[in-house]
Design a protein around this ligand. Sequence first.
Ligand code: PMP
Length: 368
Amino acid sequence: MTRPYNFSAGPAAMPEAVLQQAAAEMLDWHGSGMGVMEMSHRGKEFMSIAAQAEADLRELLAVPENFRILFMQGGGLAENAIVPMNLSRGGVVDFVVTGSWSQKSAKEAGKYATARVVASNEADHHTTLPAPAGWELSGKAQYVHLCSNETIHGVEFHELPDLKALGCDAPLVIDFSSHVASRPVDWSRVGLAFGGAQKNLGPAGLTLVVVREDLLGHALPVCPSAFDYRVVADNASMYNTPPTYSIYMAGLTFQWLQRQTEGGLTGITAMEAKNTAKAALLYDFIDGSSFYVNKVAKECRSRMNVPFFLCDESRNAAFLTGAQAAGLLQLKGHKSVGGMRASLYNAMPLEGVKALVSYMREFERTQA
Ligand code: PMP
């Protein structure tokens, strides 16, 4: 069966090979007589699945020894509260606002800390990124937060800022929900990274937190124990029942990522090369057309989420109906910005982007 190409921003398409493996193991995982959903999280079978997933992720993203990998719940939005509860010590925290997600993060942190917006691209309608040299950092902030890929506005930090070079010793917190595992991470510039799994890693329900060891142990008294990073880390992410099936699916996805090759590259760098090529194909087509437009500055365009507009918006409904009929699903833009959005996460093959571009070309021709 050929499946349609699914451009959802999340929950999003999964690699077909992963879905097939999960289907084959659904009733009986490795001769255990149980499906993964039916296993105790404290049994040896699931403990081995979780340990393998963690080890594979550590290898894949080259996570250093002094960082802990936590499998949590609550999604990115819960982390907007959990991070300040754990890291702010009730003091000042700095936010770089570049779109809806970092805006939400800053607002939520204000419940637990003094949240300051130190840079913003709002005046440019979130189509640029403020250069780090111009950030008005507090100096005494407990951490600096940014969203390294704004899923709705389609802006991505292709390089993380070096806060030390800006004279700032505070740890950098990144929300990497919508580009996790799409490219390597420079951990020397990061104190904590968090992201929901439902775009690039697996089903919804799992939230990944990668946190530097020295940042543990400072939770505010109000922080629920299940969200205290120290407690979660000390209990190997099993203080409460973890989202077992989502961890299993993410584990299969990590193995799929490890198997990726491109030119002479393997694993995450191969995936990054594929993602770069996919995004370039779509952006080049849009830029060469007078029928479609993407408003984001070229140097900060997201490789994962490509928002675009038809110059004549009265044709939006026809575009989406035709796309659906052509096997190109979930292209409608986020309601706050309108237009279209094509999410090109890891599981989207180059063929899917080629199919989209050829549909867009054909749609334009028939409308002329
Ligand atoms: N941050 C980013 C960058 C996101 O894209 C999303 C979800 N689209 C969230 C946070 C919120 O995640 P959740 O719905 O899992 O809480």
